[in-house]
Design a protein around this ligand. Sequence first.
Ligand code: GDP
Ligand code: PGA
Ligand code: MN
Ligand code: MN
Length: 587
Amino acid sequence: MTTNNATLQSWVDEVARLTRPDRIHWCDGSAEEYAELVQAMVQSGELLALNAETHPNCYLHRSHPTDVARTEHLTFICTEQREDAGPNNNWIPPAEAHAKIDALFAGCMQGRTLYVVPYCMGPIDSPLARCGVEITDSAYVVANMRIMTRMGKAALARIEREGTFVKGLHSTGDLNPERRFIMHFPEELTIKSIGSGYGGNALLGKKCHALRLGSWQARDEGWLAEHMLIVGIQNPRGETHYVAAAFPSACGKTNLAMLIPPASMPGWKVWTIGDDIAWMHLGEDGRLWAINPEAGAFGVAPGTGPKTNPTALNMLDHDCIFTNVALTADDQPWWEGKSKEVPAFDWRGQPYDAVSGLPAAHPNSRFTVSMRQCASYSPRAEDAQGVPISAIIFGGRRKELAPLVFQARDWRHGVLVGASVASETTAAATGAVGVVRRDPMAMQPFCGYNFGDYWEHWLSFAERSDRLPKIFHVNWFRQDDSGRFLWPGFGENLRVLQWILERCAGRAEAVETPIGLLPRSQDLNTQHLDVDVATLDALLAVDAQRWNAELEDIRSYFEKFDERLPTGLWSEFERVQNALEHGTQVA
Ligand code: GDP
Ligand code: PGA
Ligand code: MN
Ligand code: MN
């Protein structure tokens, strides 16, 4: 297999001259090709075959111990003008970036195979989908790309028809964090990544293409590329409404996308469309329509258990790649929260020492699995036009302050709410865990351009439609002084979604506060909910003094964006500040 697309052919030739691979393999995406790749990796030790009886066709990959999460300090947006990347991104001028990274690519594939991986982000026949080609020397990356995207022949055919594609060059290099870079050239629709095999750094269709370059293209073309799950919520009347929700990495997207209704909510059903990324376009009807550009889930393993997320657990017992999980004595994958069993080996393959107190699975260990294995996968997930979104939800992981749920007054206020998101850092990125940082729209690691311009773009939708989704903010992660979660979370989150959808339908009550509209405890469905009234009241309280301090922090954060910060956002900010000062509502 080669191509009749001259641009693609000459780029592959050029990369081969630079990286000097022993072989070039054009991926067709077939089952046979996948099986051969997997067999070769089992032989080389890159993959370990798991228990064939309990987990047929499942494999464990143990990464290099320094290569277990996204590395944001090594991720760059390389635009001609520094201001276009914005204070929210690391920046190097494109020429310097190319020179620096090409020097690392020189000869890096000697003795290895260069794989050409054509892929499509989004349903293959969708006008909203976009294609790319990833060149990589990692068979693990190829296997993951086959699960996560529509990869191979059909994608190549679409590229040959359309002529355009995103170029992504990847090599695991020598895995030395000193020689690890993830560089984006949005003006050239090009990505170059070296020195990491970790999903977010190496599966270039995901964060690099669908979010960083995607957000850039979306701004230019008038749509939105967001770090959001997409889910359909069916009520007992049989009506399904779609919701998109942005939470930072490891803050509950995959779980919410696969939620199982609690026993006390009969007749409710949740349909999964996507668990990490949404591409959203304004339809002719003025509504916002969303597709999931991905075909698989690259999910956090720890915490995935029979009580918290049985839907996810059930999709992981065949045809799945695990990365950095622990192993039982009979070769089953294991992680904290999965079962009471004690694993035999930790994520590094060492005999597990239970008294060490260390987790057996890496806190950012992951599973890669096709969405088709998800029991709640929506029959509309492959719709070329996507699904219409009724509500957008922003959220984060905050021990304190942020209430369980509140609604923004309107779209513009909602943009402020999104721009003001802060969340505790997690193991999904290297660095300290549990530190509150600002993470607007959960896009801090993923917005491929200046956040000031991004918020302006978000605000501009208010002028284009009067049928936009309602905007909300949630926080499942409030804790008491002893570190116990105040809200049970997981399936019970459906109670909050019920209030949200009833607000959208104009059926639920709310009280107006300076920060937005909140339910009182009696406005939530609390039937058979095991949370006392005092706790519920604490979850729904707005502490004006603390919010004043929060607003000061938001102000100093916004000031970094200088004249790129939209005036429309400042005026929203001032409205909230005024309301807080005078103890009035924001409306
Ligand atoms: P994602 O990375 O945003 O997709 O987040 P996940 O859905 O994979 O969840 C990340 C971690 O948060 C996992 O360990 C989950 O068990 C945990 N988690 C998810 N939802 C909730 C929730 O509602 N409450 C609590 N306490 N933990 C949650
Ligand atoms: P997550 O996806 O958001 O599901 O954790 C991976 C990531 O964001 O790195
Ligand atoms: Mn993510
Ligand atoms: Mn996830």
